[in-house]
Design a protein around this ligand. Structure first.
Ligand code: HEM
Length: 411
């Protein structure tokens, strides 16, 4: 495919792209310069070196505040706030969608809570939740790994991290899905209304939780954010928005990672057998699963100043798509990138991004996956994939299976 025909034939919402984005990514990487996709209105960076450099570059920013005229920005914000007041306030503004000092201030508040050591203290509770989910599924023998199992993992765990009572955690999944669907391509007024109503409900719930939490001392994330608010390190809007972001950033991505990770192992039986024989490889193997199928393969940046990429200068304000999923299959960066290798080391993949916005949940999501696979291997003798033609979610911003039917032989 020549670069020009790539542009014509590359529809990010098509079934073909969902079935095999990696063929398109290969043509994008081989093209002389980043493809400008008119439908997405972005320049797509696909080579590892370009994506890595852009993610690290402090002049590549998430918001347009750095280059839009203040009046233009204010008018846009006023229109967005009038259309969807809660969604604008708590979701369209977030730690992820901020730059500079605001971003650093909010990020610093969470860093300790998501550090490796800090999340490891959740190991017993994660194990007990996952064992409980496995009990139900393994009994059935055959089940949909995505809907019956993976979908019940992240809301519960992130709810625990935040300090949401167990009985309320199933609702987190629904709020998250209904709010996030607003970012899907092809959204309608109905999608917007659903997102707005769910954001309002979720914000009210969090405000009530904050009010109750004030009376209890605990080491969960909500208590930490409440203390930070009392110390004037963040305001109430930022507190609510940060709780929402933590849930929404980690919900769909964890479900997808579990599904595509297990599927990748099932497609590489020798690697799967090796992992069964050598469980010490688990952490390396999990990194490789994130490289091989990156659940969040695309994030945008704007050039706050003119930038040069591949010898070409792009004007201030240019929007770029950082294709982490394409960079992670770049043969210039990884030997034999189309193969899953559970012992791949080093593995400097970009599945969690890089630089200022590096995923805060990366230790937690890898821990979830490690515990989960360890339990699954310990509790099964054999797992078979029942999908002959797996169906993937459409779109460029996520990579995940619609379903994954498997048959298991429990131990
Ligand atoms: C399970 C798979 C996950 C993947 C693949 C993933 C991937 C990513 C990526 C690529 C970014 C960088 C965005 C950018 O470059 O603009 C990011 C940011 C972020 N992620 Fe994750 N994530 C995952 C899970 C989680 C979880 C479980 C949490 C929280 C519990 C979380 C919280 C965040 C937050 C708060 C940010 C924003 C960081 C910032 O802007 O400074 N993520 N994630």
């Amino acid at each position: 495919m020549s670069p020009a025909s790539t542009q014509d034939r590359f529809d990010p919402l098509s079934a073909d792209f969902a079935a095999d984005p990696y063929a398109v990514y290969a043509t994008l990487r081989e093209a002389a310069e980043p493809l400008y996709h008119s439908g997405l209105d972005v320049h797509l960076l696909s080579r590892y070196a370009d994506v890595d450099a852009a993610a690290r570059n402090p002049l590549m920013v998430r918001t347009r505040e750095a280059f839009l005229e203040p009046e233009t920005l204010a008018a846009e914000h006023a229109a967005a706030a009038a259309a969807m007041p809660n969604h604008f306030r708590y979701v369209q503004f977030s730690l992820l969608d901020s730059d500079g000092t605001v971003h650093r201030r909010l990020r610093k508040l969470l860093l300790g809570q998501f550090a490796k050591r800090a999340v490891e203290r959740f190991t017993p509770i994660i194990m007990s939740h996952l064992n409980h989910l496995l009990d139900g599924c393994l009994e059935q023998g055959e089940f949909d790994f995505v809907a019956d199992l993976a979908a019940h993992v992240p809301g519960w765990i992130i709810g625990h991290v935040l300090g949401v009572p167990p009985a309320d955690r199933p609702q987190l999944k629904l709020w998250s899905e209904n709010i996030v669907q607003f970012f899907d391509a092809g959204r309608t007024a109905e999608h917007a209304a659903l997102a707005e109503a769910n954001t309002a409900e979720f914000a009210d719930y969090l405000k009530a939780l904050v009010a109750n939490h004030r009376q209890t001392q605990s080491d969960d994330l909500l208590s930490l954010l409440i203390a930070a608010k009392e110390a004037r390190q963040l305001n109430e809007t930022e507190l609510i928005s940060t709780c929402m972001l933590v849930l929404m950033a980690g919900h769909g991505s964890t479900i997808d990672a579990l599904g595509t990770g297990l599927h990748a192992l099932l497609l590489h039986p020798q690697e799967f057998d090796r992992l069964r024989r050598e469980p010490a490889l688990m952490s390396t193997a999990v990194h490789e699963m994130f490289r091989f199928e990156s659940p969040l393969p695309y994030f945008h940046r704007y050039a706050a100043e003119p930038v040069e990429i591949g010898g070409k200068t792009y004007a201030k304000g240019t929007k770029f798509g950082l294709l982490y999923g394409a960079a992670n299959r770049d043969p210039e960066a990884f030997v034999d990138p189309e193969r899953l290798r559970v012992d791949r080391r080093p593995n400097r993949h970009l599945a969690f991004g890089r630089g200022a916005h590096l995923c805060l949940g990366n230790n937690l999501s890898r821990l979830d996956m490690e515990i989960f696979l360890t339990l699954l291997l310990a509790r099964t003798e054999d797992i078979q994939c029942l999908e002959t033609e797996p169906i993937y979610k459409r779109g460029i911003t996520e990579r995940g299976l619609e379903r994954l039917r498997i048959a298991v032989r429990p131990r």
